[in-house]
Design a protein around this ligand. Structure first.
Ligand code: SF4
Length: 376
């Protein structure tokens, strides 16, 4: 569907506005920076178990979603009590990525403070409630891990202390100091709201980057060529700069059972959901970190970067999506089990040509045809 033929609103689900999927209401919970605190994860695990299908799905924007929600109002109430719904009007547009290891390991700077500032500023501007739910903000701490995810509005830290302003997934040529990052991104988002008609992403707006820059009278210089999307996310034991340990783990099909989530919450450390549908448990001492690996690997956390699950992904498929021609996730699990997925290439399995959730970058498509799968 072209942008001119579709509705102004993109119908992206939220925690208050669920999407009626084939297997029931789907609720998506925004987690700016991917961060979920232990007590919040505990609430989400219980809610998924008692009101949903018993699992939490990681999304490509570092958010979590719950399927087949039996009581959407009760679900939203639990989230609100846990501080996961700070703004009813803006909840669907709080898609804010930050370099997941920022402030703990490598990177040029620590962007964690900017996440809170951006989230608060976003929710404080009434016009920005009109952004499409697909809008993506990103704060890259200079390591280049988020640039390839094509954020609508992004800031990419530079060695000289400035930030490159990214629009529609490319460098606009605008440079700002740290204290102007948030206001500049929010001003750009407001300009998009004013300029857009039915476009859901800045990249869909004709000459969008230049029109936003001109509208705000921003000075531009030469633009950078941005880093490519990550081939594989960080996985395994990571030594933080402060001597503590972060554990980065993948999940089969990007899905976490409620019981595993409860165990993660019980570790009592911040957990970060990444845009690669993996997660990072942060700030552990060495001994507890070893215990976490011992206890949680058998429950489904994948700490081995060589696991095939680190390179494969799938859309929802049957029974959650009525458009699907196959139960894609089950078929992918069978292929992984049978060691039929290649070790050295990324694959995305889809139930139809829309290829929802396909990662950025070089990926082989495996698409259900109704009588099997086609590889392209
Ligand atoms: S790719 Fe097709 S089958 Fe898969 S979730 Fe999207 S619409 Fe459904």
């Amino acid at each position: 569907m072209s942008s001119s033929e579709r509705p102004v609103s993109d119908g992206c689900p939220g925690a208050l506005t669920t999407h009626l999927a084939a297997d029931g209401p789907l609720a998506r919970v925004r987690l700016p920076g991917g961060v979920v605190l232990p007590d919040q994860l505990q609430v989400l695990a219980r809610a998924a178990d008692e009101l949903g299908d018993g699992t939490l799905e990681l999304t490509s924007r570092g958010n979590l979603q719950v399927r087949a929600v039996s009581d959407p109002e009760g679900f939203a109430g639990r989230l609100a009590e846990a501080g996961l719904l700070p703004s009813a009007t803006h909840e669907r547009v709080r898609n804010i990525l930050a370099s997941p290891l920022s402030g703990r390991l490598a990177g040029l700077t620590d962007v964690r403070g900017l996440v809170d500032e951006l989230d608060t500023g976003l929710c404080a501007r009434p016009d920005l409630a009109q952004l499409p739910g697909r809008t993506l903000f990103a704060l890259d701490d200079g390591r280049g891990d988020l640039c390839g995810l094509e954020p609508d509005f992004g800031a990419y830290a530079q060695p000289d202390g400035s930030y490159a302003v990214l629009l529609a997934g490319r460098d606009s040529g605008v440079r700002v100091d740290r204290d102007r990052v948030v206001s500049t991104l929010l001003n750009c988002a407001e300009a998009f709201v004013e300029l857009r008609q039915n476009e859901w992403r800045v990249a869909e707006l004709d000459d969008g980057v230049n029109r936003i820059v001109d509208r705000l009278v921003l000075a531009t210089g030469p633009a950078l060529t941005l880093p490519e999307p990550l081939e594989v996310p960080p996985i395994g034991w990571l030594d933080q700069d402060d001597g503590l340990v972060a554990l980065a783990a993948g999940l089969a099909n990007g899905v976490m059972g409620a019981r595993l989530a409860e165990f993660l919450a019980a570790i009592d450390r911040p957990v970060i959901m990444t845009p690669w549908r993996s997660l990072i448990v942060c700030d552990l001492d060495e001994e507890p970190a070893e215990q976490v690996v011992r206890v949680l690997a058998p429950m489904g956390l994948i700490f081995d970067a060589a696991s095939p699950w680190i390179r494969v992904s799938a859309c929802t498929g049957l029974p959650g999506c009525e458009k699907s021609r196959a139960d894609v996730r089950t078929d992918l699990a069978a292929a992984v089990e049978a060691r039929m997925t290649p070790r050295d290439e990324r694959q995305h399995w889809s139930g139809c040509e829309r290829r929802c959730g396909r990662p950025k970058g070089e990926v082989t498509d495996v698409i259900a045809t109704g009588i099997g799968y086609r590889v392209s």
